[in-house]
Design a protein around this ligand. Structure first.
Ligand code: SER
Length: 317
């Protein structure tokens, strides 16, 4: 029997992951943990809801005991651009928060999912076909917290036997909850702006290749990894996972196939460009494929059709 707590349940990934977990494990077995932003009616109406965040250990312990939680998905984080603006807050949530979750998991024997990121790499990492095990010297606070989280998760597994598992997510593209202040957000915004105004001004220059993934694959990745046979996992934490790699020109050309009048120009944001330049152009995710069967369903073409259709409905266009 799984009793799950999602921390960060109103965020970009958390909002959809909570609903998917409820579908698979039963509404009452998945607690949505949130901090400030009020949850949607769907989230609040479909199962248990608690005001609990990664930085409040006492509340976390109370919720874990109350619902007999055995698995924690810790989605709380400040995305890369926001983390550069607020590095102290990013450390508090991304390192102290991860430590708190692992400590609670140790004490109450919970499994833990930790989302790392392409941000865990840096300028000295090989940026093409980035290997699973390679140099990680990120120069952003976001990256520092993600490397710390990967190492802490590995440590808690080895030292205390906590069943901690994780992925290095690429940019996640979705149409339910907007991402909040990441470097890869442009690949979400471009679809909304295409539908709203048929044009988009891109904050990253042409030629900036980054790994990306559509939300349904991101949800499957987390749940499949947590369900994987532990005997087959050599890495456990921080698996490279990717579904596609493109630059702004390529995604714009894909949108144009469906909206011939769509145009894009550029106004690069120096901070986002500097961050993106230190992240992989494309990751090698062979270990995830071999160790737990990672196999994404959506490429750029299928994702673009679905995004345009869903956003049209959402915006009534
Ligand atoms: N989407 C994240 C960001 O851009 C990367 O993990 O910050």
């Amino acid at each position: 029997m799984k009793n799950i707590l999602v921390i960060g349940a109103v965020g970009q990934i958390g909002s959809e992951l909570t609903m998917e977990l409820r579908k698979r494990y039963g509404n009452n077995n998945v607690v949505a943990g949130y901090r400030k932003t009020e949850p949607s009616e769907e989230l609040a109406g479909s199962g248990p809801l608690e005001r609990v965040d990664a930085t409040d250990v006492d509340k976390m312990v109370e919720v874990v005991k109350k619902y007999k939680i055995d698995t924690i998905y810790n989605l709380a984080a400040l995305l890369s651009a926001v983390a550069e603006a607020r590095p102290q807050a990013a450390w508090n949530v991304g390192v102290n928060g991860v430590y708190n979750v692992l400590e609670v998991a140790r004490e109450f024997n919970c499994a833990v999912f930790f989302p790392s990121s392409i941000g865990a790499f840096g300028p000295s990492t090989p940026l093409d076909n980035t290997p699973q095990d390679t140099i990680q010297r990120p120069n952003t606070m976001y990256g520092v917290t993600k490397v710390a989280g990967e190492l802490l998760s590995d440590y808690y597994y080895k030292r205390f036997g906590v069943d901690a598992r994780g992925l290095r997510y690429p940019g996640i593209i979705s149409n339910v909850t907007l991402p909040g202040g990441g470097t890869t957000d442009y690949a979400v915004e471009i679809y909304y702006e295409a539908i709203k105004s048929n044009k988009y001004t891109c904050p990253l220059p042409a030629g900036t290749f980054l790994d990306m993934m559509y939300m349904p694959d991101a949800l499957d990745a987390a749940i499949d990894l947590m369900e994987a046979d532990p005997a087959k996992l050599k890495h456990r934490n921080a698996f490279n996972v990717t579904a596609m790699s493109f630059d702004p020109e390529i995604i714009a050309a894909e949108i144009k196939k469906h909206m011939p009048g769509f145009t894009m120009d550029y106004n690069p944001d120096p901070m986002k460009k500097a961050i993106a330049d230190t992240w992989p152009n494309s990751m090698d995710d062979t270990c995830a494929r071999e160790e737990w069967g990672w196999n994404p369903k959506y490429g750029l073409g299928e994702m673009t059709i679905d995004m345009l259709e869903k956003i049209r409905i959402k915006l009534g266009k």
